[in-house]
Design a protein around this ligand. Structure first.
Ligand code: GTP
Ligand code: MG
Length: 450
């Protein structure tokens, strides 16, 4: 997701960060490159213009250019501005009325029906008891689609053959009141283009049921069109937020980055797959970190949290931040990873800023994982805690013990040291690099540290 843009921005920022001194000209060069990268990612041109202007203005001040770490400061400014662009703080659903309802609207195929079920599933996990209302009487098969999806997720779906959409929503709310469902989620009909008939229908539902949330579902793949759609929907219906779907595809990301700035409506969730659990709350700060390769420790840790207990997750985060990550932790993580499913998803969340390209070659295929575990198991406890002592004779012993080649051991050690380094970067962001001990006297023979 947003891979291309992310890679470009990271490259630009890596160059800036590598410079001991920055001139106004350096900043201008970087701003031009960032501008281009954003435009190529299909970010709205006015949004790009404002963004670049504020980053530049903050970056060329004396206190930045004359500071000890001007590159880092600029990276920080870009991060802050990007977070601001994405909406600053997480925007939660508001579901506080006595019978809250969420109305989903959007063009045809944007993902309303799928999202309705995902959202219901998400809310159920939060302890609620959602009811889905099949208010798309327009497309043949739409009601059936919602029913099948709901049932396969163990959720309840309300429909009323022959009734009008507004009557179906009303009926669903009555049922909810009677049987204690909360909230009710209206899945409405989409059209190929914005048309007045659809708007009138939506206005009628909104007017008579007054849902607390009116969320526009837009398809990230349609880029700026999606953003323009949002403006129109917001004008005619009044939105409380936006859900951006299909961010797992190869969308260039422009919609994600522009929609908040252009419409003023917060992004509340993003859809990242077809399955019922592929919906994530949208966190501006985390998204900015992810785009800039500062990693998304929190999401990663939260995801792991479903599998391991929270206390452990917190301890791990502490360790990462204090740079005490050892092979024991690594092994534990690998076991967690296995249980967490698609590894590539997780690897994408790992931070990669300022790292050599090879970084992404973490052990992601399952066969390799087994080998990695064997290697770690062949290390002694002391070696696992402090890999810097693993010299060449220890490497030979470990390779023999694990039935692998010495090159495998070398590769793992190298990957591990890169990982450690990146955790240090996160932990020590803004501070001086803290990996002196590993650097000292180890070049050539010891720990493979570039
Ligand atoms: N990869 C991916 N596919 C998605 C996502 N959300 C929805 N889809 C797919 O997009 C297609 C359309 O989704 P629907 O939920 O039927 O869209 P809709 O807006 O209800 O469509 P209409 O009812 O025809 O207006 C389906 O094949 C979904 O599986 C997502 O986040 N990622
Ligand atoms: Mg639908």
């Amino acid at each position: 997701m947003l891979g291309n843009l992310s890679e470009k921005l990271q490259n630009i920022l890596r160059q800036l960060r590598g410079k001991g001194r920055l001139s106004e000209k350096d900043v201008d060069v970087a701003m031009r490159e960032i501008r281009l990268a954003l435009l190529e990612a299909d970010v709205n041109f006015r949004v790009v213009k404002d963004f670049i202007a504020s980053v530049r203005e903050r970056s060329v001040g004396e206190e930045v250019l004359k500071s000890l770490t001007p590159g880092q400061q600029v990276v920080k400014i870009v991060h802050q501005e990007l977070t601001g662009l994405l909406g600053e703080k997480q925007s939660r659903l508001s579901l506080s009325s006595s019978l809250p309802a969420i109305m989903l609207v959007g063009l045809q195929g944007s993902g309303k029906t799928t999202t309705a079920v995902k959202l219901a599933n998400y809310l159920r996990r939060q302890g609620r008891r959602p009811l889905l209302a099949a208010a798309d009487t327009y497309r043949p098969g739409a009601v059936e689609q919602l029913r099948v999806l709901s049932e396969s997720a163990g959720l309840t779906c309300y429909d009323q053959p022959g009734a009008r959409p507004v009557e179906i929503c009303t009926g669903a709310c009555r049922l909810a009141e009677r049987e204690g469902y909360d909230p009710v989620i209206f899945d409405t009909a989409g059209r190929l283009h914005l048309d007045q008939e659809m708007m009138a229908e939506l206005q009628e539902i909104k007017g008579s049921l007054n849902p607390e949330e009116v969320l526009l579902v837009i398809d990230a793949m349609t880029g700026q069109d999606a953003v323009n759609t949002s403006v129109e929907f917001n004008r005619q219906i009044g939105l409380t937020g936006v859900i951006l779907t299909k961010l797992d595809g190869d969308a260039r990301g422009g919609a994600a980055l522009s929609v908040r700035a252009v419409t003023g409506c917060p992004l509340k969730f993003v859809g990242v797959g077809e399955k019922v659990d592929a919906l994530e709350p949208f966190y501006p700060e985390r998204m900015a970190s992810r785009i800039l390769g500062m990693g998304d420790m929190l999401t990663l840790i939260e995801k792991a949290g479903a599998e391991l207990d929270l206390e452990k997750a917190r301890q791990l985060e502490q360790k990462l931040r204090r740079s005490q990550f050892t092979f024991d932790d690594f092994r534990e993580q690998l076991e967690q990873l296995r249980r967490m499913g698609p590894l590539q998803d997780l690897v994408d969340m790992l931070p990669g800023a300022g790292l050599p390209k090879g970084m992404k070659q973490l052990p992601v295929d399952e066969g390799q994982l087994g080998r990695v575990e064997a290697i770690i198991s062949s290390m002694t406890r002391v070696e696992r805690r402090d890999p810097s002592i693993i010299n060449s004779s220890r490497r030979r012993r470990i390779a023999a013990g694990s039935g692998t080649k010495i090159q495998d051991v070398n590769r793992l050690l190298q990957q591990f040291s890169q990982m450690q380094r990146m955790f240090k970067q996160i932990g020590g962001m803004g501070k001086r690099p803290q990996f002196k001990r590993l650097k000292k006297g180890k070049r050539g023979k010891g720990f493979p540290f570039r």
